[in-house]
Design a protein around this ligand. Structure first.
Ligand SMILES: Cc1ncc(C[n+]2csc(CCOP(=O)(O)OP(=O)(O)O)c2C)c(N)n1
Ligand SMILES: [Mg+2]
Length: 187
């Protein structure tokens, strides 16, 4: 399963969820899978998607929040898992696209290529519902569950590269304004 295939599978399950995509390929694939105003595409701030998602989940407990992180990005901000475990927002799903690479910058291997296990790290830090999936059917099943049942959830999806060419507009203020309006936040 490539990251784009997995993102497309997620897209069909989405309703009003806020979706925060980490910079680079995770954001490009989310845009390619289907733009929506509730999508927040990062163009920088590597590592901070999970922190942003945590804040939104805390501010809007009545809305599901999905974070699409990269393995390299989450590794830069691993402490975020401990904060998520401590705050334990039931409406947060952290989906990690683990391609074992810094794909966006040319494919340098990350620590997960050497065996570091991000789902085990999440569990060790106190997030009970943390799993790794590899197959599309298992992905659909656990994501569907995580969108309905209380979290926090961490789903590490082992994915291949996608080669997506399209990108969201390089206009962060517009992306922010549109997103804030879509989730009903005054600026
Ligand atoms: C602080 C910081 N360091 C490095 C970069 C350069 N950079 C942008 S995307 C990226 C790779 C991200 O890897 P990952 O999160 O695994 O996502 P992938 O590209 O593999 O989908 C890097 C190193 C950056 N933008 N900011
Ligand atoms: Mg990666």
């Amino acid at each position: 399963m490539t990251r784009l295939e997995a993102t497309r599978r997620l897209r069909v399950l989405l309703k009003t969820e806020a979706v925060i995509a980490s910079l680079g390929h995770p954001a490009y694939d989310l845009f390619e899978a289907g733009d929506r105003a509730e999508n927040f595409y990062l163009w920088g701030s590597m590592g901070l998607a999970s922190s942003i998602g945590l804040g939104i989940a805390m501010a809007q407990p009545g809305r599901r929040v999905v974070v699409l992180d990269g393995d390299g990005s989450l590794l830069m901000n691993l402490g975020s898992l401990a904060t998520i475990a401590t705050v334990a927002p039931p409406n947060l799903l952290l989906l990690v696209w683990d391609n074992e690479l810094y794909g966006t910058t040319g494919g340098q291997p990350t620590a997960t290529a050497e065996g570091s296990d991000l789902a085990e790290a999440a569990q060790a830090l106190g997030i009970r519902q943390a799993v790794t999936v590899r197959e599309p059917e298992a992905f659909d099943k656990v994501v569907d569950r995580a969108l309905r049942e209380p979290g926090p959830w961490v789903i590490v999806a082992k994915v291949g590269e996608s080669g997506t060419a399209s990108k969201p507009p390089l206009d962060s203020p517009m992306i922010k304004r549109r997103f804030m309006a879509a989730i009903g936040c005054p600026e």
